[in-house]
Design a protein. Structure first.
Length: 566
């Protein structure tokens, strides 16, 4: 049966890479803990997570998470209770995630750099009754705790799980030397390690979880409005892990790089509270027995490079800004890239200039994909064995459908722009307690409306034009910031750039370009000349602003909204 655009359903499958399954089997697991149990049994002695040179093996994660799950259950929390986790990438984080899910509760991931206002919104909106929080951020919680439903506060310290005497030394340095823990008073709180100790002697009751039970309330980044909780069920997350595993097969079995006999080593520098790392690093690794190298502070580029340089690594997921920072670092250039098989880009557009530099240095291309919080991360991806920069975000992944629709939800022909709509096992069940917004976000036939404008290409790839809200209208012509940013990023002397539309009396809107210089001698005249040579007149910036830095989300996405607001 043909679709509205006159094409066979899933016609892009004829362009699929060899060795990639067209569909995944969701019936393989009943829940995320069921998938984790398989990993604990199959990979018991394999390294699972390493942070600050301390490694937890799968068997150890099994024991620790069971103890913490038993402690949670002992507090009488009803099944489905929401528990917030507010930590950077430290060992306690994956242990806590698995514990909450094992106990039959729902994980609410929280950005540890939230302000009190932002934290209050997320805790009250989700109705969280407990929180596991790193003590460094306890003052933020203290400021709004009485306004929430939180009954149990579990305080973690950086040194937890590092073992004696490293735990004591680390905590002393963090608290007394770096003074990274502001004073706080949290009456009734308990320490993470005390919960683990108590839980070891408490009974654990294994709940009968199913695929449609809620696993995560994953809050949107808030870059387009009020932060909303995307309801992600167990099958959304393990479904996307199965999708990722299927898509990676050609690279994992690449004979030219030899057989990957050891567990896949993944650099987890993206924060695990973000959907990209949560699925692409943590859960995909659990499915395959992979080993995550946790980076607590990716802003410490020197420290990050030193950490990942201690062993060969196979997978490095990142956003464009992180790739850009690494590829411009002399220290990074000295690392051994012989084990690198997959550099997965997402979260924002990967720029050609960055992709070219990365390929030249590492000999591994950045394979760009696309997804959203509402789709549990991945929806499309370029072929994992790509050798050239495509400028698009690839094909719909296994069991996933992409439909490009107009404002009336009609599918448009191949090559015509419209809203990217997504249907598949990874798509959320809706927004938490927001039925109207859920209805507005879904088509009548069950596709999620992404809010991104894109084109389906003849080879089955999807090219993103831009977000609807970011589109600039200059004298009736549509101007898309991504296109201009991609051009300017390749201009000599430019480190980073961003484009927004500003009001203009003559043209309605005009293009304003923000630049962070790599070469201090760069001038606006040189940039303008470069733009004129590479862009049609109406796309050229009317004004250029040089800045020391661009505003970014904590996952590294440049926030055009903040630039517009200012």
């Amino acid at each position: 049966m043909e679709n509205a655009a006159g094409l066979e359903p899933k016609w892009w499958l004829k362009h699929y890479p060899a060795g990639v399954a067209h569909e995944i089997d969701l019936s393989r697991y009943a829940s995320l803990p069921a998938m984790a149990d398989e990993a604990f049994s199959k990979f018991c002695d394999n390294p699972a997570f390493t942070c600050m040179d301390k490694t937890l093996r799968y068997g150890e994660v099994d024991v620790l998470s069971t103890a913490l799950a038993a402690w949670f259950q002992s507090k009488g929390l009803a099944r489905g209770a929401r528990i917030a986790l507010m930590m950077p990438n430290i060992l306690q984080y994956p242990v806590a995630i698995i514990a909450v899910l094992r106990a039959g509760y729902v994980v609410v991931n929280v950005n540890p750099l939230y302000t009190p206002r932002e934290l209050e919104h997320q805790l009250t909106d989700s109705g969280c009754e407990a929180i596991v929080i790193l003590e460094n951020f306890a003052t933020t919680l203290e400021a709004i705790l009485p306004k929430t439903k939180i009954k149990h506060v579990i305080l973690a310290s950086v040194g937890d799980l590092l073992g004696f005497p490293k735990d004591m030394i680390t905590n002393f340095v963090v608290r007394r030397v770096k003074k990274a823990v502001p004073k706080f008073s949290m009456h009734g709180s308990v320490w993470f390690n005390d919960c683990i100790s108590a839980g070891r002697s408490l009974p654990f009751s294994k709940p009968n979880l199913c695929a449609d039970d809620i696993a995560f309330l994953q809050y949107t980044g808030g870059t387009t409005g009020v932060s909303k909780g995307a309801v992600l069920v167990h099958s959304n997350i393990y479904g996307n892990a199965l999708i990722a595993e299927a898509w990676l097969q050609p690279a994992l079995n690449d004979a030219s790089k030899g057989t990957l006999n050891e567990p896949m080593v993944i650099v987890c520098a993206l924060p695990m509270y973000h959907i990209f790392a949560l699925v692409s690093c943590m859960w995909m690794a659990i499915k395959t027995g992979g080993h995550n190298i946790l980076i607590p502070n990716p802003r410490d580029l020197e420290g990050m490079i030193a950490t990942i340089g201690k062993q060969k690594f196979n997978v490095l997921p990142a956003v464009n800004t992180m790739f850009n920072s690494l590829v411009n670092s002399p220290a990074f250039a000295k690392l051994d890239f012989s084990g690198l098989r997959i550099s997965n880009g997402g979260g924002m557009a990967v720029q050609r200039a960055v992709a070219d530099k990365w390929l030249g240095l590492t000999h591994t291309p950045i394979v760009e994909g696309y997804g959203l919080t509402e789709t549990s991360s991945g929806a499309t991806c370029n072929e994992i064995m790509s050798t050239v920069y495509s400028g698009d975000v690839g094909m719909p992944m296994p069991s996933t459908e992409i439909s490009i629709r107009d404002d009336a939800e009609n599918e448009v022909p191949v090559g015509q722009s419209g809203e990217i709509c997504i249907r598949g096992p990874q798509v959320m069940r809706g927004y938490w307690q927001r039925p109207d917004e859920t209805a507005n976000a879904m088509t009548k036939d069950g596709f999620f409306k992404s809010g991104d404008i894109g084109i389906m290409l003849p080879n089955g790839h999807v090219k993103i034009v831009d977000r609807k809200k970011d589109m600039i209208l200059v004298s009736g012509f549509n101007v898309y910031p991504n296109e201009i940013e991609d051009v300017v990023a390749s201009c000599p002397g430019v480190l980073e750039c961003a484009v927004v539309g500003v009001p203009d009396e003559k043209t309605g809107e005009a293009v304003r370009l923000f630049i962070v210089k790599k070469d201090p001698a760069l001038t606006d005249a040189a940039v303008m000349d470069y733009c004129r040579k590479n862009l049609t007149g109406y796309k050229c910036p009317k004004s250029i602003v040089f800045r020391d830095a661009l505003p970014k989300s904590n996952v590294g996405k440049i926030l055009r909204r903040e630039l517009r607001d200012k």
